[in-house]
Ligand binder design. Structure first.
Ligand SMILES: *Cc1c(COP(=O)(O)O)cnc(C)c1O
Length: 402
């Protein structure tokens, strides 16, 4: 059977060359980087070289990189750490309704601990309005946290402009760039970012490792205590194999960023156009142009995204509905609801996220099996039968009646 992985925003396969160098740092070079003997020193050198590589990829200084266990932990340290460190200056935080749960739930927790949080709405494409950010700022605002690219619908936020606003007002600006790093250019100075979260497993690196970029002078308190690793911002013995793999994967992704964006966006557009050509009563979710090169998110009226996923899985195609974190629960995606979709349309959504190993043949295969699956599932829907009977028809590419 064909095996087609199109869930790269959930995670990616670690490249073989990356896995190989990681093994060296479990077997040959196993010292603790804090040890002063030669075993430790060799490993310390590897860790510091990795830090330099990562810093270079985003225009930062090596000592501004704090290794963490990934995107979730980086978001937690950035938001809670900045809130605690700036508490004397104010208690107001600005975020959006379409953030990853690592950001949303940290903000919600802080709102139960005396902080005021503004959750900004988004437009129909999932985009935050810069004017809304401007209007939300008060003299109590200490932190703005807005993601770079959305993990569900791929919409790219105007974070450069939001960062400029924050900078002008002396407010700390954090951005969850887990989905954008390695796919579109990320430079902390160009984007006016003070704090930024990265996760290696989203760009062919290992799981359980990432980093928080902390601009020099940014005030962030630690949220855990122990050793003095990572300048006490994230104590604990370093995940050395992870760090080595993270840096190698990041360098590789950033070096091929233009080539991959061109390749994957071509496949993405073929997939989107092919679906519109073959299936009616559908809607493209997310921004039509300000969009990650690898993201396809569509709603199929009259069917459940979960049934679609299972049917695709039986054909060897791995996709996702909403986000991986909400799959398995029956709550519709908070992102799609925030964009104004009704519950039914949000439930009928499918996310296909491409990667560097997907091929044109795989796109053809999806385009071959998806229409059959949708037709079969819709055949079971009385609502679909009614719509057809009543002569409702959707024009190609039109989404007004969904
Ligand atoms: C995957 C993801 C995270 C979580 O990263 P982990 O390393 O899996 O904890 C956070 N934010 C976004 C936007 C993501 O896509």
């Amino acid at each position: 059977m064909n095996k087609v992985y199109m869930d790269h925003s959930a995670t990616t396969r670690t490249d073989d060359d990356i896995a190989r160098i990681m093994v060296e740092y479990m077997t040959d070079h196993y010292g603790n980087p804090s040890s002063i003997h030669s075993f430790g020193r060799t490993v310390r050198k590897g860790v510091e070289e990795a830090r330099e590589k990562i810093a270079r990829c985003i225009g930062a200084e090596p000592n501004e990189i704090i290794f963490t266990s990934g995107g979730t932990e980086s978001d937690n340290i950035a938001i809670r750490g900045a809130a605690l460190a700036n508490k004397k200056r104010g208690n107001h935080i600005i975020t959006s309704t379409v953030e990853h749960h690592a950001v949303l739930d940290t903000c919600k927790a802080l709102s139960r601990e005396g902080f005021e949080v503004t959750f900004l709405p988004v437009d129909e494409y999932g985009m935050v309005n810069v004017e809304d950010v401007k209007k939300a700022i008060t003299d109590q605002t200490i932190l703005i946290t807005i993601m770079h690219a959305n993990n569900e619908v791929g919409t790219i936020q105007p974070i450069k402009e939001i960062g400029a606003l924050a900078k002008e007002r002396g407010i700390t600006f954090h951005s969850d760039t887990v989905q954008s790093v390695g796919k579109i250019p990320v430079n902390v100075n160009e984007l006016n970012i003070d704090l930024l979260s990265i996760s290696a497993h989203k760009f062919y690196g290992p799981k359980g490792i990432g980093c928080l970029y902390m601009r020099k002078g940014a005030r962030v308190l630690p949220i855990s205590y122990g050793g003095s690793q990572e300048r006490k911002r994230r104590p604990g013995t370093e995940n050395v194999p992870g760090i080595i793999g993270f840096a190698a994967a990041m360098e590789k992704a950033v070096n091929s960023i233009n080539e991959q964006a061109a390749y994957q966006s071509k496949l993405r557009d073929k997939l989107i156009n092919g679906i519109f050509d073959r299936i009616d009563f559908i809607k493209l979710n997310g921004h039509p142009t300000e969009r990650l090169p690898n993201n396809v998110n569509m709603s199929f009226q009259f069917i459940e995204g979960e049934s679609l996923l299972l049917s695709l899985d039986m054909k060897g195609i791995a996709a996702s509905s909403g986000s991986a974190c909400t799959s398995g629960s029956l709550d519709p995606s908070h992102v799609l609801l925030a964009m104004g979709l009704n519950h039914e349309t949000a439930h009928g959504s499918l996310r296909l996220t491409l990667g560097k190993d997907n091929t044109e043949e795989q796109i053809d295969y999806v385009l071959e099996v998806l229409p059959e699956i949708v037709e079969r599932l819709r055949a079971m829907s009385p609502l679909y039968a009614n719509a057809v009977k009543n002569g409702l028809h959707q024009e190609k590419g039109c989404c007004s009646n969904v």
